[in-house]
Write a protein that binds this ligand. Sequence first.
Ligand code: CA
Ligand code: CA
Ligand code: CA
Length: 385
Amino acid sequence: SQAAQCTTLRRFALVPGLEQVRTTLPAAQALAEFRANPWVEYAEPDYIQRKSAVPNDPYFGLEWGLHNLGQVINGTPGIPDADIDMTEAWELGTGHADSVVAVIDTGVQSSHPDLDGNLWTNPGEVPGNGIDDDGNGYVDDVRGWDFFAGDNDPEDEDGHGTHVAGTIGAEGNNGLGVAGVSWRCRIMPLRFLGPLGGTTSDAIDALNYAVAKGVRVSNNSWGGGGNSMALYEAIENARAMGHVFVAAAGNRGENIDRLPEYPAAYDLDNILSVAAVDHRDQLASFSNVGAVGVDLGAPGVYVASTYTNSTYAWASGTSMAAPHVAGVVALIFERFPELTHQQVIGRILSSTRATPSLAGKCVTGGVLNAMAARADRNLGGPDGL
Ligand code: CA
Ligand code: CA
Ligand code: CA
């Protein structure tokens, strides 16, 4: 018979009569033939088992935005699965060390034990020799740049940038603290926000730094500086380099289609503008919205992440929502490096989970879904994968 074309590879002491066989037939046909054979009690494929994608980080249970089991956050229980389906997305991989995300913010605590292994270093720069070895205009920029202070030390004196960085890429499954959306990546700290904010010109330089290094995604949890043609053109030129600019929608509780807040409200197809939702799928009261100017929602109320002084902290804001999206963009680029920025953004926008609180409040009316955005088949996406 056809079934005779199989070779026995193994027998199992623990299960008498069980044989592992290799057959030349397609799996479905082989199974059908075995199952029709009265001498075979049962036949099944040698299923691939995978390690659980739930990480061992002790504060992972606080990260309702990644995996919501209905846990109590700030005194109220969440709604199970009101999250971005991160554990499901991690089944497809948890990040790679060659995936760089620029964090244009207040800097990052480089010695934080849950971040220090995931920080970008400049391969073209010799540290401490006083020479701009890679010729990018910055001397000894070994790990990003501080555009606010004008030096090579983008340390975080605030906490905001360290919190954002941890949501994107805190070291996952290392038995410590929290897990980032990407367990392994390279955070490029670009500080331009000082204690009283930062200038548009410094933000443009920071974005240019990232784009010149070929970085395809940046997180921009800042805004409110008015309509700058220069910033618009900078982001537009970054688009020509395939760069995805993830922007916080802003925290004024306004509709940015009527009262624009920039850069979130710029009409450019390489900007993802992100509103904040809570652990019960409700739009945050502070979150800006906009059926045109805001693209989607993401977790942004009581987000647990890394903080300065090697600590952890809760924080709320669209600033906390945007890095969830930036992390997922990085994971999509890692899995499908050939995609254009439009295709990656198409995947994000076509795969959101609709929720009533966002209906009419943003382009998609839904919340980021990491699993669907990253899946092999993303049916709504323009790439046809
Ligand atoms: Ca340099
Ligand atoms: Ca140097
Ligand atoms: Ca960790």
